[in-house]
Design a protein around this ligand. Structure first.
Ligand SMILES: [Zn+2]
Length: 247
């Protein structure tokens, strides 16, 4: 195992362009709740039911307040050792580093990463449904019981700036993510099931363009068949060890 880890670390170290791709698995150790629990106010709703444009249009107050609750809980979470290790990779590779995440929890930003493509948006941002203005200032939405109006166009309602079920990913973010995946020579997939398309195609794009693909996950996934190496372990327990060897 140690030889394997050393070999993977050397491959990462020798890379000219590195892409790290993360999913929900990396945030598990930070205690991000899945909202599939049996308790609490929201137990009678499933996330799939509330995370749609139709749900928001039909019942804006209900969906807005669900997001208030989610933001309140996610705000308490702290980046774990895996997030910090990825932030270190960015300080090593600088402009040759790209982070692509499916997570909306902002934990990579909290850990210090800056070169990030957030494929599914960010729960701490809101966007005007009419003019598209994005707000990153939490004073705009925090503690609001009702959906706020846009202060620019004065008419549009503000919605969470995330990609809901049935919606397309932002085209620029997706195109840039695909381009970075196609031109990197090392690609590390962490804690993602590789099921949700089109994001799941990124490791394949990297593989098809001769990148060295590493997967870190607690179980085999749809990505494993494209991976040159698979480490079946929690990211927060193994990634710091790998990054330590790259310094
Ligand atoms: Zn507006």
């Amino acid at each position: 195992m140690n030889d394997k880890i050393e070999q993977i670390a050397q491959n990462i170290k020798n890379a000219k362009r590195l892409v790290v791709f993360t999913g929900a698995g990396i945030s598990k150790a930070s205690g991000i709740p899945t909202f599939r629990g049996k308790d609490g106010l929201w137990k009678k709703y499933s996330p799939q039911e509330l995370s749609t444009l139709k749900a928001f249009v039909d019942n804006p107050k209900l969906v807005w307040q669900w997001y208030n609750e989610r933001r309140r809980l996610i705000k308490k979470a702290k980046p774990n050792a895996a997030h910090h290790a990825i932030a270190k990779l960015e300080t090593i590779f600088k402009d040759n580093f790209t982070l692509i995440t499916q997570n909306i929890d902002s934990l990579h930003k909290k850990a210090g990463n800056q070169r990030i493509y957030e494929l599914h948006g960010n729960i701490f941002e809101v966007r005007c449904m009419r003019c598209g203005q994005v707000y990153k200032d939490d004073k705009i939405y925090e503690e609001r019981e009702l959906v706020p109006k846009c202060k620019y166009c004065k008419e549009g309602s503000l919605r969470p700036n995330i990609v809901w079920f049935g919606e397309n990913l932002d085209r620029d973010i997706l195109n840039n993510s695909m381009k970075k995946s196609a031109t990197c020579d090392c690609f590390i997939a962490i804690g993602t099931s590789g099921v949700v398309q089109p994001a799941a195609s990124l490791p394949k794009i990297a593989h098809d363009n001769n990148a060295f693909v590493v997967e870190i996950n607690i179980e085999y996934s749809g990505i494993s068949i494209f991976a040159d190496e698979v480490i079946l372990q929690e990211a927060d327990s193994i990634l710091p060890d790998i990054v330590e060897r790259i310094y």
